[in-house]
Design a protein around this ligand. Structure first.
Ligand code: ATP
Length: 214
């Protein structure tokens, strides 16, 4: 913990407020996440976890407050933010006509990685989608689609990883793999913010938890 405290603040949230219509979902929410640190948002269904995550990545605009990544104000269209922040908020955002391997290949190349082919092969192996590499997303099982969504975050550069219930639909081995994978990324200096209902995952990555709502 002492080491983490010395590291740079990657994400800073100050006094975030967000509501829909007359209903306030979160108010006065602040936090800092440093390189190598994982923060988990917990709380009941509807507590506002996804709402906060969407504001963090610029997918939603806070009513009040600020969100900065490496000191730069977050906006989804800012290329610097898009380069540094990897998100897996849902797994519905696939191109219907691109196969599993084509998705990963496209991302790795778009982000200008040096050895895209090797990385894509490695990640495919890791998420155990090698046999499904040529399939379209619509033909994958729901857990395989989740694995593809997670894989998209691992074939690109990232300083901050934002995940909304990444354990969803993963089998027991998948949750254990994810914990190890995220732990390795944390050890490499990644900052992670996630919403999760899976205590074993939070324990595996040593996440600091922030509970939203009552
Ligand atoms: N676009 C929207 N319009 C109106 N209300 C919304 C909208 N998006 C979310 N909400 C409401 O905001 C509240 C918080 O939703 P959110 O998805 O952030 O909860 P959550 O903590 O992620 O829940 P869960 O554990 O079920 O995923 C809920 O009551 C939800 O109905």
């Amino acid at each position: 913990m002492a080491d983490v405290a010395k590291k740079d603040v990657v994400l800073q949230v100050d006094n975030l407020k967000k509501g829909y219509g007359p209903v306030t979902i979160v108010e006065g929410f602040s936090m800092k996440v440093r390189a190598g640190e994982a923060v988990a948002l917990t709380g009941r269904n509807g507590a506002g976890k996804s709402t906060v995550l969407r504001c963090l990545v610029g997918a939603d605009r806070p009513d009040e407050g600020t969100v900065t990544v490496n000191g730069i104000k977050v906006s989804e269209t800012n290329p610097v933010i898009r380069r540094d922040v990897a998100t897996v908020i849902d797994d519905l955002d696939f191109f219907p006509d691109l196969s599993v391997v084509e998705h990963l290949d496209l991302l790795a190349r778009a982000h200008g990685l040096e050895h895209p082919d090797e990385l894509v092969d490695e990640v495919l192996e890791e998420v155990q989608l090698v046999p499904q590499a040529g399939q379209l997303p619509s033909t994958l099982s729901s857990g395989q689609r989740r694995r593809l969504a997670l894989a998209t975050a691992f074939v690109r550069p990232r300083q901050l990883l934002v995940l909304d219930e990444p354990e969803q639909r993963l089998d027991v081995e998948g949750v254990a793999w994810l914990g190890q994978r995220l732990k390795a990324d944390l050890d490499g200096g990644l900052a992670i913010v996630l919403a999760s209902h899976e205590p074993s995952l939070l324990e595996a990555i040593g996440a600091r938890t922030i509970r939203l709502g009552a």
